[in-house]
Design a protein. Structure first.
Length: 77
């Protein structure tokens, strides 16, 4: 995850999940991003822009670029 975060990316809210994993959340600038880490091999994400018909979700593996794009949008001044 560290490679996705830039110097202007706000820190996430980190919460435990009921299945023993962790969830990283960002809710800022009308963008909601949630990353679910259930195990080292099971990481997924959900992202949406409020008020727009724009959202994306799925496993992180193979979609790293998409998550990075969402985080960059949220980090723009």
């Amino acid at each position: 995850m560290a490679e996705f975060l830039g110097p202007t990316t706000p820190p996430p809210i980190i919460v435990p999940t009921v299945r023993g994993g962790i969830q990283l959340e960002w809710h800022t600038k009308g963008i909601d991003i949630e990353v679910y880490v259930d195990s080292r091999d099971s990481v997924s994400f959900f992202a949406e822009r409020a008020g727009k018909a724009e959202s994306q979700e799925g496993p992180l593996a193979g979609h790293e670029h998409e998550l990075k794009m969402w985080l960059q949008r949220m980090s723009e001044p």
